[in-house]
Ligand binder design. Sequence first.
Ligand code: UDX
Length: 440
Amino acid sequence: MKIAMIGSGYVGLVSGACFADFGHQVVCVDKDSSKIERLNANIMPIYEPGLDALVKTNVDAGRLAFSTDLASSVKGCDAVFIAVGTPSRRGDGHADLSYVYAAAKELAGAIDPKTVVVTKSTVPVGTGDEVERIIREANPGVEFAVVSNPEFLREGAAIGDFKRPDRIVVGSNVEWARDVMRGVYRPLFLNESPILFTSRRSSELIKYAANAFLATKITFINEMADLCEKLGANVQDVSRGIGLDNRIGAKFLHAGPGYGGSCFPKDTLALLKTAQDNDTPVRIVEAVVQANDLRKRAMGRKIVNALGGDVRGMKIGLLGLTFKPNTDDMRDAPSIAIVQTLLDAGAVVHAHDPEGMEEAAKVMPDVVMCQSPYAAAQNADAVALVTEWDAYRALDMGKLHAAMKGNVLVDLRNIYRPAEAEAAGFTYVSVGRGPLSPEV
Ligand code: UDX
C-alpha cells in the first residue's frame, strides 16, 4: 500500500518507519527542510533506540522516503496520516489544533479519490468532524474518509510498542475505510493483535481516557508512597500487593517524582478542558493534574530536607534529567521543577544524563552539566537520582561516595536497596519507604 505521513516528529517518524518495515511504500513529510535533509543523511531528529537502523534498512530497500513536498507525497496514497504536533495552547491548556487543520487544508486539494485521511495526532473529540469539514469544503468533489487511529507509543520503547501493540484502535463507521485500515495493519492483524473498530469520536476519547487513567494510576501510587512514609510502610510492597490483583494490574505503579513527558501532562490537561467545556468536569483527572504539578517541587524540597532544610551554598549532584530513561526528551520533566526548587533555595546544581544534557541545558542554563555521574557527584553535599537510567543501576557506590563531600543519597526512583546504600556509607532517602519501616 502507499502511505504518506504528514509530520516527521516522534510519532510520524516511528510510525512511518514501522509501516515501511511492514512492506508498505511510505513517504514522511515535514515542513522543516533541514530535518528532511538530515533524515535523508540518516541523522535522526530524536533519540529512540533502534530507529536509525530501522530507517536505514527501509530507505535502502526503497520503501521509505522523506520529502518537504506534501502535495506530491499524498498523490496516489491509500492512506494519508496526520501526525503533526498538538501542543497545549498557550494560556488555556486546550490542545492547539492549528497544525492539524493546516495539514488538512493542504492535503485536501492534492488527494486522489478514495483516500483515507487518518488522524494519528492526539486530538480532542470532534476534531475528525472538523478535519472532514475542512477537506470537503476545499475539495467538494472527492470521495474520502477521515479515520481516527490514536498511537500508544512509549518513548524509548516505541518501535516495540508499534510492532507488538496491546491493541490497535480504528475509529470510523465507513466500511471501505475500515478495509483500508485493515490493509495498513495487515501484518499485525495476521499476528492476532486485537484491532478494535469504534466510532470516530469513541476512538478519539479512548486515547485521552487511556492516558488519563495511566496518569491517575501513577498519581495514586505516588500519594500512597507519601502515606507509606508517614506510616512506616513500604510502597514497593504495597504496589506488588495491589498489582497482583488482575483487576488492578502491576504496571504503572512505580512511585517516583511525578509523571512528565510529551503526552501525560498535555493530554490530561486537554481532557479536563474538554470535560469542563461540556459541563461534565472529570474531577479525578483535575485532582491528578494538580497533585502531579505539586509533586515535582515537593521532590525538590525532599532533597532540601534530606540535607537538613538549609542548602544555601551547598552543592547537589543530580543523576538523570530526562522525564524517563532511553530518551533525550525534556518536555515536562520533573527535573525542571526540582532544579528550580534547589536553585531557589540557594543550592548549586551539577548534573549528568546519558542522553539528555544537550536538551536539558536549554531549559536549565544555570546547571553545570558533567560528563559522568561521578563528576556530577564531585564534592557534592548530596546526590539525587531523578531518572532511572540503567547506567545508574550499576554505579560503583563506593566510588560515588568517595567523590562526594557529604553522604546524602536521595533516590527518587527507588532503584537502590537501602541496606546496600547504607553499607556504602550513604544516608539514604527514597520514595515511600519510610524510616519507621524496619524491613526496608
Ligand atoms: C505515554 C504512554 O505510555 C503512551 O501510551 C502514550 O502514547 C504517550 O504517553 P511516554 O510519555 O513515552 O508514553 O512515557 P511512559 O513510559 O508512559 O512514562 C510517562 C511518565 O510517567 C514518565 O515520566 C515516567 O517516569 C512516569 N511513570 C511511569 C511513573 O512515574 N511511574 C510509573 O509506574 C510509570
